[in-house]
Design a protein around this ligand. Structure first.
Ligand code: URP
Ligand code: ZN
Ligand code: ZN
Ligand code: ZN
Length: 488
């Protein structure tokens, strides 16, 4: 296939600027961005007149081939990434789960799963227990393996959940390594009580999932994580912000100057929980994820928070199970594997929901789907930009075409899709990944093994100035207090 590509006359969009220009690509890298580039006839020409040329999407939150709740997510690094490319996403960051408590074993296992990668990817690492070995391995992950973020689960009691002591130690360790701490914020003890309450009431169906872990438990854990991160003075990234409650805690902390990042996911932005009451189990169960999809109103509030900058970037939490796997919980919602799809739909649904509706600009769209993720995880401007020297991960979106999501036509291996039947304006017509056209005319042309592991360095921009603030704090503590001796 072509190693030289010229994209002609499109509106080239970056997070802070857009202009009509040509983009010339050679050997996987963007060589030139300017009007009227002349090339020879060994170059593939793509006409983008009237279309947007944008950085490929970066999904900060996915779970491909993950062992979870007694089963394994059905999309692997081939099917999940193929789906991503068909929807205009050219990179994702997946969560490595330790194997038998070992971070290194987890890392090796995920590198192995990713051998069939068809696009670039990076890793976060989940921390699910604490000892000296884990602390040492975190250092190894950052210094040797290119990981700069660690996720702590405040829920999933009895499996992944960490208590506050572990969370505190983890925050301290992250800070010392210049790594970003991420939290799944739900009060896990509260959830366990809520689940018991539902079972006692005889509510065993999917609606019990939503009822057992209401927004108040998400808001509480979000606030707690924020307060502990403030105490440690380290940046915090809250994954899958699903409720007004959690969003408001983030808004408050950011207003006070704290470095907190809030990541809403597509399901929380465009769905509501009414599906969980559907009488058909298969239909209801496909919407079970944690934190739960909330009542109508939370979705619109999260959209608004995204448009005003209270929340900064959009993920998917792509974590797919087919209906057979979801049916493990037919008699008991606690056994329904948690997770929904989205890696293929994110770019279209966010375009339609946020840009077509007039809530954000085209440049903001690029920021929340790509650039901000690249900046946070310290891979900008290699990723997240159309600049000379950036990787050639690019999409061409036609604002006048439309998209339709169906489970029958999607590229995920799952037999269901939570966005089944959705239509909207805007269509990703071309995806370029690593300088190759991988999606064009509705056809995928991917190459297993072509995806590269992207190493992410510590001390991203969120750490700017933290040392100075700490030094000032310590100096203030050490200033001697002048006391007079008590009179005899
Ligand atoms: O339901 C969800 N979100 N499944 C994936 C695991 C997680 O908590 O992110
Ligand atoms: Zn989570
Ligand atoms: Zn508070
Ligand atoms: Zn997740």
């Amino acid at each position: 296939s072509f190693t030289k590509i010229l994209i002609k006359e499109g509106t080239v969009v970056n997070a802070h600027h857009k202009e009509v220009a040509d983009v010339y690509i050679e050997d996987g890298v963007i060589v030139s961005v300017r009007p009227n580039i002349k090339v020879g006839d060994d170059v593939k020409i793509l006409d983008a007149t009237g279309k947007y040329v944008m950085p490929g999407g970066i999904d900060p939150h996915t779970h491909l081939e993950m062992e979870f709740m007694g089963t394994v997510t059905i999309d692997d690094f081939f099917t999940g990434q193929a789906a991503a490319l068909a929807g205009g996403t050219t990179m994702h960051i997946d969560f490595v789960i330790p194997v038998n408590g070992s971070l290194s074993a987890g890392f090796e296992s995920y590198k192995n799963k990713a051998k069939k990668a068809v696009m670039d990817y990076g890793f976060h690492m989940a921390i699910i227990k604490w000892d000296e070995e884990v602390a040492k391995e975190m250092e190894l992950m950052v210094k040797e393996n290119g990981i700069n973020s660690f996720k702590f689960f405040m829920a999933y009691k009895g499996s992944l959940m960490v208590n506050d002591e572990l969370l505190m130690q983890g925050l301290e360790k992250c800070k010392s390594l210049g790594a970003l701490a991420m939290v799944h914020a739900e009060n896990g003890d509260g959830v366990a009580e809520g689940q018991k309450r539902m079972i006692d009431l005889g509510i065993t169906g999917p609606e019990g999932h939503a009822l057992s872990r209401p927004p108040v438990l998400e808001g509480e854990a979000t606030a707690r994580a924020i307060h502990l991160a403030s105490f440690v003075n380290t940046p915090l990234y809250v994954v899958h912000v699903m409720s007004i409650n959690a969003m408001e805690e983030i808004a408050k902390a950011r207003k006070a100057g704290q470095r907190v990042i809030g990541e809403p996911v597509v399901s929380g932005l465009v769905l509501d929980d009414s599906w969980l009451w559907d009488p058909d189990f298969t239909t209801a169960a496909k919407y079970v994820m944690s934190p739960p999809i909330r009542k109508a109103g939370h979705d619109k509030a999260l959209q608004s928070a995204l448009s005003t900058g209270i929340l900064q970037l959009v993920g998917t939490d792509h974590c797919t199970f087919n209906s057979t796997q979801k049916a493990f919980g037919f008699d008991d919602f606690r056994k329904i594997p948690n997770g929904v799809n989205g890696i293929e739909e994110r770019m279209h649904l966010i375009w339609d929901t946020m840009v077509v509706s007039g809530q954000i600009s085209v440049t903001d769209y690029v920021r929340i789907t790509s650039t901000e993720c690249a900046r946070i995880f310290n891979i900008y401007p290699r990723k997240g930009a159309i600049l000379e020297g950036s990787d050639a991960d690019i999409i061409i979106l036609n604002p006048n075409a439309s998209f339709k999501v169906t489970a029958a036509s999607h590229h995920s291996k799952s037999d269901t899709n939570v966005y089944d039947g959705r239509t909207g304006k805007g269509k990703v017509e071309v995806t370029i990944s690593g300088g190759r056209v991988v999606w064009e005319d509705g056809m995928l042309n991917v190459m297993p093994g072509s995806g590269k592991y992207i190493r992410m360095a510590p001390y991203g921009y969120l750490f700017d100035g933290i040392e100075k603030a700490d030094a000032a704090y310590l100096a203030s503590l050490r200033a001697p207090v002048q006391r007079t001796k008590a009179a005899a």
